[in-house]
Write a protein that binds this ligand. Structure first.
Ligand SMILES: NC(=O)C1=CN([C@@H]2O[C@H](COP(=O)(O)OP(=O)(O)OC[C@H]3O[C@@H](n4cnc5c(N)ncnc54)[C@H](O)[C@@H]3O)[C@@H](O)[C@H]2O)C=CC1
Ligand SMILES: O=C(O)[C@@H]1CCC=N1
Length: 270
């Protein structure tokens, strides 16, 4: 869907809501009404959107094409019923909340809603996000196209055919940036332990992670080949990888970590 985005109601203007909003404003959007109880969270958007602190302040005549739910899952029960009338009027509901199922949200929205579940990630803040989305029952092709336009304003989009896959997606790409930032943190710490000055260690770790990400993004080669390209036979990297790739090390730990996060995503449905 090219061109200006239609009117959107954004519920929750925190880290993810704010990142999406910047993407829509950059792309061009007819009107955005934001419901955010803490005005400080929406600082910087004054004058560019209509700010409300709760659903009762939404202008009576506002007819959003989409309602984007970007509160925490724990806030869903209190927040969603306030938007039942907009959902009943035919607005597409797009939820980025971890765990919350289409069935659970439909109930909170009064029993009738066309809902897409989407799972973006924080690189959305620099339009480098990756989002997987699942269209629930009754979502039309035009609504899928609208949702694709909303999500592609913050990066790349992939569509899922099964709702259950949102749980592992949440674990892998939703939370994935945290694991990469942890890598930058521990690399910096290890550099300091080997005697490098802290400021240089920090710069080195950040640029190494960011530069490797840029190379991965630009390259046609598999991550495994890019890794092998660094690893000279009998060289230094080979020694480090022998530690990191040991049977009880990174590959096993990452499997356990992703399984734990996937299980937590399923729990959040309750
Ligand atoms: N942070 C991340 O990396 C990702 C988060 N998500 C999902 O996005 C959602 C938002 O996460 P964040 O942006 O990190 O959280 P956040 O805490 O930064 O933002 C949530 C916002 O919702 C507002 N809020 C609370 N109650 C509300 C209500 N009744 N009505 C309207 N707004 C209300 C809060 O004041 C806050 O500004 C969560 O459901 C999370 O599962 C999805 C993908 C990645
Ligand atoms: O940690 C969380 O629950 C959310 C979902 C994916 C990233 N942050």
């Amino acid at each position: 869907m090219a061109g200006t985005l239609p009117p959107i109601l954004l519920v929750g203007c925190g880290k993810m809501g704010g990142a999406m909003l910047e993407g829509w404003l950059e792309r061009g959007v007819e009107q955005v009404v934001v419901v955010e109880p803490y005005p400080a969270a929406a600082a910087g958007f004054e004058g560019r959107v209509t700010l409300c602190t709760d659903a009762t302040q939404i202008p009576e005549k506002f007819r959003p094409a989409a309602i984007v739910l970007a509160t925490k899952p724990q806030q869903a029960e209190a927040a969603l019923p306030g938007f039942a009338r907009h959902a009943a009027a035919g607005a597409l509901v797009v939820s980025i909340m971890a765990g919350k199922t289409v069935a659970g949200m439909t109930a909170l929205l009064g029993g009738h809603a066309q809902i897409v579940r989407a799972m973006p990630n924080t690189p959305a803040a620099v339009r480098q996000g990756f989002t997987c989305a699942y269209p629930g029952p009754g979502v039309t092709e035009a609504q899928v196209a609208l949702c694709d336009a909303l999500l592609s304003a913050i990066g790349e989009v992939a569509w899922l055919e099964q709702e259950a896959l949102i749980d592992p997606v949440t674990a892998v790409s939703g939370g994935g940036p945290a694991y990469v930032f942890l890598l930058a943190e521990v690399l910096e710490q290890a550099a300091i332990e080997q005697g490098l000055p802290p400021e240089l260690a920090r710069r080195m770790a950040r640029r190494t992670v960011a530069g490797s990400g840029a190379l991965l993004a630009a390259s046609e080669e598999d991550a495994a080949q890019l890794r092998r390209n660094v690893t000279s036979p009998k060289g230094t990297t080979e020694r480090a990888l022998a530690v990191l790739m040991a049977s009880d090390a990174w590959p096993k730990l990452m499997s356990e970590a992703i399984a734990a996060a996937t299980a937590r995503s399923r729990e959040l449905a309750q």
